[in-house]
Design a protein around this ligand. Structure first.
Ligand SMILES: [Zn+2]
Length: 596
């Protein structure tokens, strides 16, 4: 009797818990694709609080810019289980509060999202397809981001396929083309972009993982070739980390006129590429991009800066470490091309030379440190203006150069037995797998110091937190690459021009240049040099043929007022380097190991 009572009580508690459990279900519809509006319904059950706050993220993780996605949302409406309207009040640019003082069992919140920006981090809908970048479409319930839930997608009647890395829900009932997916938490929901339409879908196995590729847009891809080459990239990268943590991985590829790059996710990526990228010399650019985004599944999505997770969707998430996340990834996307045999060791060294010369030849590299470049990605890197080359240096390129330096330092320290791979595998295993958390700036530096057995403080002060030029030869000669300084003083104009509507306009002006000293400004129209009317190429060749100290009179139009400026030509020395492979008996093996 007693046991029967306890058993009944337990059953009651279980029933009570299940019936009162909070449930979140999203319904995504797109009945009018030509209007570019996704219709979203957020159905909440078991939410007892008097006021329910829902919010739209202001940014998409991986793309460090506040994009204010709520600008695409019109009204937010709410009703209870008996279809009675509940008051919805807008509280902030991206937040609404739903009045739940009547303690409704079930609340339905609905809104429409305008989606007409096709990029890897924004959403798009038209009659040809729909693309959902979750953080700009799905709102979250404040304080409930850790709840699991479902997403039912009802595609437009002519869209036959849905491709996403979200797992199918086991309660999935497929009716009229609808499919239901499951997510463990809000982060997972918005980390899985969704392609809905009539995309070409194929799959292949690589590193024991099933890879699904969804191709949107006409393009010159060859599926058999991709099935052969993409696994090479994947296997080479899996070998770096020693394991591939996914069971399934999805590539969503948008083939468009002007490809813009990719965005990384835990077990998927979206790539935006030029539709004719799949043949000739452009093909390597495609595989480069695949290598870049795929590498991120370890570097930044799992091994990550401590600041990047759990994400604060309301504001900027500052980190100094994007030079590791993006710079090291850029280094590897090229190194992997070497490892799969698409680039020779000589070509790889020449690519490093080009990157070094781009970095050191940019005035901004002497102004903005790597750490600041990362921290200010939100307001500078992602918001370039006409003065950016004077004030910023991208953490992609400079980070790539620093990664190369660390690689050759490790290769030489371990005498060709270890390289940057070993360090990456070590920090990935320790932080992502064992500690299950991000890494701090100090920890990253300490781990590198322990690995290299040397104090890196001076290196950090000069090249990571400072803006000095590293002694390239000191590092690269250890693996048999001589680096000579090849910069020299040359007469220099210091302005870049563009031709627009028949006018020659100033595009950029280098700080301290002849152009700046003469008083030239961006957007000025140059009509004539020394009385000769010029187009862009005539203007450039006229000025570029001048010697140091020579003067020229420029006829300028600024805001439709015409006047002359006298410009004296000054010389400028752009720091440049030449890299030459010159291995000897001691460095031959190290070079071969480095670029194996
Ligand atoms: Zn990246």
């Amino acid at each position: 009797m007693k046991y029967k009572f306890i058993f009944t009580l337990l059953l009651f508690i279980l029933w009570y818990r299940v019936s009162c459990a909070q449930k979140i279900n999203y319904l995504l519809k797109m009945s009018n694709p030509q209007s570019h509006y996704f219709e979203v319904e957020l159905i909440l059950e078991g939410f007892k609080q008097k006021e329910i706050e829902i919010k739209m993220p202001v940014w998409a993780p991986g793309s460090y810019l506040v994009r204010e996605f709520s600008k695409n949302v019109n009204e937010v409406k709410a009703k209870d289980e008996s279809n009675k309207a509940l008051k919805s009040t807008k509280k902030a640019k991206n937040a609404w509060v739903i009045d739940n003082s009547s303690k409704s069992k079930k609340i339905s919140i609905s809104y429409e999202v305008y989606a007409f920006e096709l990029s890897v981090r924004t959403s798009f809908l038209d009659l040809s397809h729909g693309f959902v970048s979750g953080s700009g479409v799905f709102m979250y319930v404040s304080g409930s981001q850790n709840l699991p839930g479902t997403l039912e997608i009802a595609p437009y009647k002519d869209f036959k396929k849905i491709t996403t890395a979200l797992p199918k829900s086991n309660i999935s009932v497929e009716k009229d083309g609808s499919e239901t997916f499951y997510f463990e938490n809000y982060d997972q929901l918005v980390d899985c972009p969704i392609e809905i339409g009539n995309q070409v879908v194929f799959d292949f196995m690589a590193s024991g993982v099933k890879h699904i590729v969804a191709m949107y847009g006409e393009a010159n891809f060859d599926i058999d070739k991709l099935k052969k080459d993409m696994p090479k990239v994947i296997e080479a990268e899996t070998a770096v980390f020693g394991e591939n943590p996914n069971k399934e991985y999805v590539f969503i590829i948008h083939n468009v006129v002007n490809g813009q790059g990719g965005l990384e996710h835990m077990n998927s990526t979206t790539l935006s590429v030029n539709r004719w990228t799949y043949s000739g010399s452009n093909y390597i650019n495609f595989l480069n991009l695949v290598a870049h985004e795929y590498f991120h599944l370890w570097n930044v999505k799992r091994f990550r800066p401590i600041e990047l997770g759990p994400f604060n969707y309301d504001q900027e998430n500052y980190t100094n470490l994007l030079w590791v996340m993006e710079g090291f990834t850029s280094y590897y996307d090229e190194l992997i091309m070497r490892r799969i045999g698409l680039v020779s060791p000589e070509e790889f060294v020449s690519k490093i030379q080009s990157t070094v010369n781009y970095v050191e030849g940019t005035v901004g590299a002497r102004v903005q440190s790597l750490a600041h470049s990362s921290f200010d990605a939100w307001i500078k890197g992602y918001r370039p203006n006409e003065n950016s080359s004077n004030t910023t240096m991208t953490y992609y390129s400079r980070g790539q150069v620093i990664a190369a330096i660390f690689d050759v330092m490790i290769v030489s320290k371990y005498n060709g037995k270890k390289g940057l791979d070993d360090f990456m595998r070590y920090v990935y295993t320790k932080y992502a797998k064992e500690l299950k958390r991000g890494i701090t700036d100090q920890e990253f530096k300490k781990e590198l110091e322990d690995f290299l057995g040397q104090d890196l403080t001076p290196f950090y002060v000069k090249y990571i937190e400072g803006t000095e030029i590293p002694p390239y030869n000191e590092y690269f000669s250890k693996v048999g690459v001589k680096v000579n300084y090849s910069g020299s003083k040359k007469p220099s104009f210091g302005a870049t021009l563009k031709q627009e509507g028949g006018k020659v306009l100033v595009k950029n002006i280098r700080s301290g240049s002849s152009a700046e000293k003469a008083g030239l400004s961006v957007n000025d129209e140059i009509i004539a040099c020394d009385g000769y009317r010029v187009d862009q190429s005539a203007c450039e060749s006229y000025i570029n043929s001048m010697a140091e100290g020579q003067e020229t009179e420029l006829l300028i139009s600024r805001d439709d007022i015409v006047f002359t400026l006298l410009m004296t030509i000054y010389s400028f020395e752009k720091p440049q380097f030449s890299f030459t492979i010159s291995t000897d008996d001691t460095t031959k093996n190290l070079f071969s190991y480095w670029l194996r």
